[in-house]
Design a protein around this ligand. Structure first.
Ligand SMILES: [Zn+2]
Length: 221
């Protein structure tokens, strides 16, 4: 029995014959980012997440999922074509019965990604939440963001969060100090209004939330 091992070449990408590895990945990315793909996109995203979770260790992923392994093995059918002159070609064609269902559609694409020589560069979703797009990384090392713009936006969000947290801590400190000066029941106003009067930038709502979250202890009755 003669086993034939096909190493895919640049011009035989199964989903985009004639296109480069990168073209094929870009095309799959636009399907992943398109609202129109719906259930199919969801299935493919699920497979890609599974793959990322095991550090793109395909063997580990498939040994844990026999059904997926079988589906991938049956995703393509080789077709033998006579070329010009004495040579023939084997062309991989997605199995028609497979591509009709959302999971089959996703399996065919996942197979194409893992056969693609640059498939490991398909990344996503972009770590900047409002973007969330899939992308083809330009570098070998894994990148979290689809673009420099998203990377900068995420860093601005982190700075803003740190700033808001520092501001919150400062308010809690000043509220605690004001509560200490409140005269309890002898006072004519309740403690929250007292704090707001001492620290005009602190609101009753802020104090209520801080107490509910356990960040601030109300004065003892
Ligand atoms: Zn992005």
């Amino acid at each position: 029995m003669l086993a034939l091992i096909l190493q895919l070449d640049q011009d035989v990408n199964p989903l985009f014959p004639g296109g480069s590895d990168r073209d094929e990945l870009e095309r799959i990315c636009s399907e992943l980012n398109s609202e129109a793909s719906g259930d199919r996109r969801h299935e493919l995203r699920r497979l890609l997440n599974q793959w990322q979770e095991v550090g793109q260790d395909l063997a580990a992923m498939l040994s844990a999922d026999a059904a997926l392994k079988k589906a991938l093995q049956e995703a393509f059918r080789p077709e033998y074509f006579a070329g010009n002159g004495p040579r023939a070609r084997l062309v991989l064609t997605p199995d028609k019965r497979t591509v009709d269902s959302p999971s089959g559609w996703a399996v065919v694409r996942f197979a194409a990604i893992t056969l693609n020589r640059e498939g490991h560069k398909l990344r996503g979703p972009c770590a900047y939440g409002p973007c969330g797009r899939y992308f083809v990384s330009k570098r070998e090392s894994p990148s979290l963001y689809c673009s420099r713009r998203c990377c900068q936006a995420a860093s601005a969000v982190r700075h803003r969060r740190r700033f808001l947290e520092a501001e919150r801590q400062d308010k809690l400190r000043r509220a605690t100090a004001a509560i200490r000066n409140w005269r309890g029941r002898r006072s004519r106003i309740d403690w929250k209004r007292w704090v707001c009067r001492c620290e005009p930038d602190i609101t009753v709502r802020f104090l209520t939330r801080a107490v509910n979250r356990g960040d601030l202890g109300p004065p003892p009755n």
